[in-house]
Design a protein around this ligand. Structure first.
Ligand code: PEP
Length: 255
């Protein structure tokens, strides 16, 4: 079964209003068992990836949804200054990790091969991987989107065989934080293509493809209405708790 997800990626930011201000009253349980169960079910497709330093506070204040890491090390342990391992984020309550975000690729020279190593660690350790792929503006303008995505997918997924859930985030690099997006039809068709390619190069039983790049309260619903868009990865608009909750509720309405 695929895993729909709407993820807040706070990056290296504290959300507006701080963590307690970010959490909306609708997100808090009244502590009655029934309310707790309802909330758990309501928020089961919401993922939040704060900076690691904020995980414990967030977990204490907001008991629902899924906690995630923005990245994990491609090593399991040892002398790797600055890295945080899969086991360490699991200890903090993370159940998913974003991998290969374009900012990791741009500022830390992460390659598809690094992303593939991290993917294998996630699958081994039972962390849901959220693998980011996407083309540059230059590639988009040159009509090379599918070519670039195919290459990324082949380098990351070749010979993967798993019954576990894999989430792929299609994030055109030019759409991240720019206010620009491809059309919903373009994204929908690309997601179908991604599913087909991954099925042809790897054995994965459950694949979800979510979209990331300037998703906001105005455009979210039109993406979620497409059959091949299984959720979203949201940066800027996720820093405001109310906006993120509105987007999440739009997702639930179209689900
Ligand atoms: C992102 O960084 O993954 C992202 C999609 O950011 P934004 O929503 O700000 O475009």
């Amino acid at each position: 079964m695929s895993h729909p997800l709407v993820i807040a990626n706070w990056k290296m930011n504290i959300p507006s209003g701080g963590i307690s201000g970010w959490i909306q009253s609708e997100m808090v349980s009244k502590n009655e068992e029934e309310d707790f169960d309802n909330k758990s079910s309501h928020f089961k497709f919401m993922g939040i990836a704060p900076p690691i330093s904020h995980l414990t506070e967030l977990k204490n204040l907001f008991k629902f949804g899924l906690l995630g890491a923005q990245d994990i090390s491609r090593f399991n342990d040892g002398a790797k200054t600055g890295d945080i391992s899969a086991d360490m984020v699991i200890d903090k309550g993370c159940t998913f990790s974003i991998l290969g975000h374009s900012e990791r690729r741009e500022f830390y020279n992460e390659t598809n091969s690094h992303v593939s190593e991290k993917l294998r660690i996630c699958l081994e350790k039972n962390i849901v991987p959220v693998v980011c792929i996407g083309e540059s503006l230059e590639d988009y303008n040159a009509g090379k989107t599918l070519e670039v995505l195919d290459m990324q997918l082949k380098e990351i997924f070749a010979s993967i065989s798993t019954k576990k859930t894999v989430v792929i985030a299609y994030e055109p690099v030019w759409a991240i934080g720019s206010g620009k997006t491809p059309t919903v039809d373009e994204v929908n068709n690309i997601h179908q293509h991604i599913k087909d390619i991954v099925q042809s190069i790897a054995e994965i039983e459950a694949i979800s493809v979510i979209y990331g790049g300037s998703v906001n309260c105005e455009n979210a619903k039109s993406f979620f209405q497409q059959t091949n868009i299984d959720g979203a990865l949201i940066g800027g608009a996720s820093l405001n708790g109310k906006d993120f909750l509105d987007i999440y509720n739009d997702f639930l309405e179209t689900f």
